[in-house]
Design a protein around this ligand. Structure first.
Ligand SMILES: [Zn+2]
Length: 396
């Protein structure tokens, strides 16, 4: 999820609806509700996970605009009746806040934001918190800063000078955002929001703390997600020290936490640890679990394929199945280019080493006319596959 982006956009959009447009209802709680609605999709999925843990990694809400539309209509009815909304634009803002979630979580939007901020060297699987957090703060914090400044400068009693300063700060914050440097945009944003809050000081009230109430589910969601993430990190540390039995136990506790953090990567890590412990049937089971959770062919499939060619002399040495997995990656539309390049390179290596039996190779040629070109090495230096036998799947 767009970790901070949802909240910033929700606040910025919610701030455009004045209290008078809401018949002065929800005055001290409106921004909190808008922030909550901005995360509604994630929260809906999280509550479903609490009830049924198997739903994790299935984005049944975020991938269903129809379900989101039904939810939006329900929220509009409740808020519309309670606030006696007469004009259409508060409804548009409510719908915009809820639907902004889908846009912000759209993979290419997230990737685009991170690429814009960090340059074009970011790979799909590098959408880590450390990369997305500053990028989202910069990109989605901008509209919030502008909303605060413009709102403050058009308040009654705002002097001309204060208004000009606000407008200058809007221009400066746009320029600061374009620098993509936290050292530049962070202070400019802070000064801008500070200026806006000074202008709005007469409207600031201790009762605004009520806004924290709608945010309580968000804090709970954030806490469980952090807890699960922390356990996984602990497990990885133990695995790195060679303590894989302990690592597996810690991974299991992470799986038992009802959080929004994906289970796919945890199953992969457990598979690697079981492999190192020599418990191959358990390792296979973990990789299969990861495959079940994977919505489209990707790195888990390469891990499964590599597993089947790693343990010669055991029942888990199945080059035919490895071939089938690599082939599926090459033949499925929409598979990540890096994954395909990796699969191609691995097939080339396996053929060179004679791991893929001749009869299978013959079968392969017969299956599709394109197979020859598919198993060719890329020679483009684009293979981004595992550098070691056991690849970290943290960013899948
Ligand atoms: Zn999200």
């Amino acid at each position: 999820m767009a970790l901070v982006g949802h909240g910033l956009v929700g606040l910025a959009m919610g701030g455009t609806v004045s209290a008078s447009a809401r018949n002065h209802r929800l005055t001290y709680i409106w921004p909190g509700i808008m922030m909550l609605l901005a995360y509604a999709v994630d929260l809906g999925e999280w509550f479903a996970i609490v009830l049924n843990p198997d739903l994790v990694d299935r984005r049944f809400f975020s991938h269903s605009p129809l379900l989101v539309a039904v939810f939006t209509v329900a929220v509009c009815i409740v808020l519309g009746v309670y606030c006696r909304l007469r004009r259409p634009w508060p409804f548009l803002i409510i719908a915009g806040v809820i639907f902004s979630h889908l846009l912000l979580d759209f993979h290419y939007v997230r990737l685009g934001v991170v690429e814009w901020y960090h340059g074009n060297n970011v790979k799909d699987y590098e959408l880590s918190y450390s990369a997305t957090f500053p990028a989202e703060l910069c990109v989605y914090g901008g509209p919030l800063v502008w909303a605060v400044l413009l709102r403050a400068s058009y308040m009654q009693g705002c002097s001309r000078v204060a208004r000009i300063v606000s407008q200058v700060l809007v221009i400066l914050s746009v320029a600061a955002a374009y620098s993509c440097q936290a050292m530049i945009w962070a202070p400019v944003y802070t000064v801008s929001v500070g200026h806006g809050l000074v202008l709005l000081r007469r409207h600031l009230d201790v009762r605004l703390l009520w806004n924290l109430v709608p945010l309580l589910p968000l804090f709970a969601l954030g806490f469980t997600t952090w807890l699960a993430w922390e356990r996984v990190e602990q497990g990885r540390l133990l695995a790195r020290q060679g303590l894989d039995a302990e690592a597996v136990r810690v991974y299991e506790t992470a799986l038992n936490i009802p959080s929004r953090s994906g289970r796919l990567g945890v199953y992969m890590l457990m598979g690697y640890s079981y492999e190192k412990l020599g418990e191959l049937s358990e390792a296979e089971r973990m990789y299969q679990q990861a495959l079940v959770l994977c919505s489209r062919p990707g790195w888990p499939e390469t891990a499964m394929a590599d597993f089947y060619v790693r343990h010669r002399g055991t029942p888990f040495y199945r080059p035919e199945q490895a071939l089938a997995h690599f082939t599926r990656l090459l033949e499925t539309d929409g598979t990540d280019a890096d994954v395909q390049a990796y699969a191609r390179e691995r097939l080339r290596q396996l053929r060179k080493r004679g791991v893929i039996p001749k009869i299978v190779r013959h079968e392969r040629r017969r299956v599709g006319g394109t197979s020859r070109s598919e198993v060719k090495p890329t020679n483009q230096g684009r293979v981004q596959g595992p550098k070691s036998k056991v690849q970290s799947p943290a960013d899948f």
